[in-house]
Ligand binder design. Structure first.
Ligand code: SF4
Length: 284
């Protein structure tokens, strides 16, 4: 019988729990339609649950009818998007994670202090887009290679996508230190992300098989998967328990489980339960 260990820090973080709570309360109390601007979090199963309760996902603020409620998700949005929502007649409910709001505030402060603002993160990620929208002409750098070719000036101020892998920040900083005269780094990687990455690395180094649970469109879950795969070659990425395969666990004595910051506790529990039954079925 394999032992199943869940990482010390795994699953839904403060910001996601808070956004879900805000959205569920809004759905309970709002008079008219409730929409979210994009999927509330990067977890298709949670988005389906909210849709079943009446939430509608819209791609742009203009997609809501006047008087409808529009929930801004954890990743945050540029100020211009919020203004467009109000102009479209929406009632705006802000579920942006307070830690993401801090990234916006740091970026604005760096810009006011005359730094060229660089957001270290993935181009096109909604949180990065939201941060970029808070300052003029911010650059996005996602890797050491991009840092080598980016058009950086003499004084650069860095903020970081909250869910970025720490190793990427280190690589980018290493390159920029040689390219700028002054580099001001505000490490805005969220503690929830850091804790999950450290706990995942620690656990993955001591197990035979590692399972990472979360939406495939979730950046932080993808980073967890990469970290675990470095430590444990038998690492698998699933969105739900139904994707688990019995053959993954054959001859495994210890199975580790971790989950991204957008994965509710109930999903982790169902994955652990399913691994347990599959491991039982593997017994000779
Ligand atoms: S990972 Fe951190 S910054 Fe992102 S939503 Fe969760 S608590 Fe907020």
């Amino acid at each position: 019988m394999a032992r199943i260990l869940v990482a010390e820090h795994a699953g839904a973080c403060y910001g996601v729990e808070r956004a879900l709570d805000i959205t569920r309360r809004t759905l309970d109390n709002a008079d008219g339609t409730v929409c979210t601007l994009g999927p509330l979090i990067h977890n298709p199963l949670v988005v389906e649950e909210l849709e079943a309760r009446g939430a509608r996902v819209v791609d742009a603020p203009e997609g809501v009818e006047p008087g409808a409620t529009l929930v801004m998700r954890t990743h945050g949005v540029p100020p211009s998007v919020e203004s467009r929502a109000r102009e479209a007649g929406a009632l705006v409910v802000d579920a942006t994670c307070p830690y993401v709001k801090k990234v916006h505030a740091h970026a604005e402060r760096l810009a006011r202090a005359g730094y060229q603002v660089v957001v270290v993160g993935e181009t096109g990620h909604p949180e990065v887009e939201g941060t970029v929208g808070h300052v003029l002409d911010a650059l996005v750098i996602g890797s050491a290679d991009e840092a080598r070719s980016a058009a950086v000036g003499r004084r650069v101020g860095l903020v970081v996508q909250t869910t970025l892998a720490r190793s990427v920040l280190h690589e980018v900083v290493d390159v920029l230190l040689d390219r700028c005269e002054e580099l001001c780094v505000v490490d805005t990687i969220c503690k929830a992300t850091r804790d999950r990455q450290l706990a995942a690395r620690e656990l993955a180094g001591h197990v035979d098989v590692m399972v990472v649970v979360g939406g495939r469109n979730s950046a932080n879950t993808t980073h967890l998967f990469q970290i675990c795969e470095d430590e444990c070659p038998r690492t698998f990425y699933v969105e739900s328990a139904s994707e688990l395969r019995r053959e993954w666990f054959c001859k495994a004595s210890v199975v580790g489980v971790t989950a991204g910051a957008s994965t509710p506790a109930a999903h982790i529990e169902s994955v652990v339960g399913e691994i347990d039954s599959l491991c039982d079925a593997c017994e000779p």
